[in-house]
Write a protein that binds this ligand. Structure first.
Ligand code: TYM
Length: 326
């Protein structure tokens, strides 16, 4: 069975983009792959975090994993900092990556933009991400499009080490969906939907109530043409909403265009509200059931033990091939 690894940062506001780009894939893959899903808390501290809030956000993401359908009987679910191999391997990879390639990472450029000095962790963030993936001899990494460059870097580092030493790592492939891999902000469809945007109506969080969902969708930026047609370049707003509609309702884009011929954005948005509310209701319900349960903690503890056992095998090989330790 092929092995799958992915992670989500516990930084609050997990949204429809995270769901449609990544979490949905987590569930889809778990029946016929060996899946490992991580809450990447060490990535979260590349920007300042309140320790109490971070603790809560870790459990929020864990509960959301289960609420969307990740099954701990089939998949390993754990917290990154509970497995020491991530930090350990990250250092070895840091010594085999270059400041030039890290400087080219667009996420680093965006996050450090206009700052005189950025935390080193923000700069080496993609190396820690490569360590996450390589630690588990991962074949497939299901993620949204925004992680493409990070996956490429991970492959480059793995190939570089494999070519200069004994074969040490499995070289992974990213898995990106055709639709849903890049969900855009509702208030500005030229930007991706993000957890950290100030305007809460720029995103639909997975735990939003129906009134908030309705408000965000009805306010969403469209265009003045008033025709429901998929055209990302010229009509990014309505195209983004159509994309969400298509994925959640399972209706092809061409069919949506036909169904809404002669109708306005208002009608379309009203229907989309209903589709999103219905899709998120069972997730919210399940989340409430498990978020404060002892079961959740047990699942994470058990996950860390299982993840650690796999990671130790890789670390033993890495240490041997690099001549580290006794
Ligand atoms: P994070 O926490 O920002 O996002 C989690 C996942 O959601 C996807 N995503 C989106 N997909 C579609 N549309 C959007 N607007 C959108 N926004 C986010 C992301 O691509 C991601 O799959 N660096 C990663 C976390 C990470 C990781 C890893 C992932 C750390 N180590 C190892 C895979 C493997 C991140 O910040 O994701």
């Amino acid at each position: 069975m092929k092995r799958v690894f992915s992670g989500v940062q516990p930084t609050g506001n997990i949204h429809l983009g995270n769901y449609l780009g990544a979490l949905r894939q987590f569930v889809e893959l778990q029946d016929d792959h060996e899946c490992i899903y991580c809450i990447v808390d060490m990535h979260a501290i590349t920007v300042p975090q309140d320790p109490k809030v971070l603790k809560e956000h870790i459990l929020d993401v864990a509960a959301l994993y289960l609420a969307v359908g990740v099954d701990p009987k089939k998949s390993i679910v754990f917290v990154q900092s509970d497995v020491p191999g991530h930090a350990e391997l990250s250092w070895v990879l840091t010594c085999n990556s270059y400041t030039g390639e890290l400087s080219r990472m667009t996420q680093f450029k965006a996050k450090s933009h206009n700052k005189e000095s950025a935390p080193t962790g923000l700069f080496t963030y993609p190396v820690l991400m490569a360590a996450d993936i390589l630690l588990y001899a991962t074949d497939i990494v299901p993620v949204g499009n925004d992680q493409k460059q990070h996956i490429e870097l991970c492959r480059d580092i793995a190939n570089r080490i494999n070519n200069t030493r004994k074969k040490t790592f499995v070289v992974p492939d990213g898995r990106f969906l055709k639709e849903g891999a890049r969900i855009m902000a509702l208030d500005d469809p030229t930007q991706k939907m993000s957890k950290s945007a100030e305007n809460i109506h720029s995103r639909i969080s997975l735990l939003d109530d129906p009134a908030k969902i309705k408000k965000s969708i009805m306010k969403a930026t469209t265009d003045s043409e008033g025709v429901i047609r998929f055209d990302v370049e010229n009509k990014p707003g309505i195209s983004n909403l159509m994309n969400i509609y298509s994925v959640l309702a399972g209706v092809p884009l061409e069919q949506i265009e036909k169904d809404y011929e002669g109708k306005g954005y208002g009608d379309f948005k009203k229907d989309l509200v209903e589709i999103v509310v219905n899709a998120l209701a069972p997730i919210r319900e399940r989340y409430e059931e498990i978020r404060h349960s002892d079961e959740l903690i047990e699942i994470l503890k058990d996950g860390a033990v299982r993840a650690n056992a796999i990671s130790e095998k890789t670390m033993a090989r890495v240490k041997k091939n690099f001549g580290l330790g006794l």
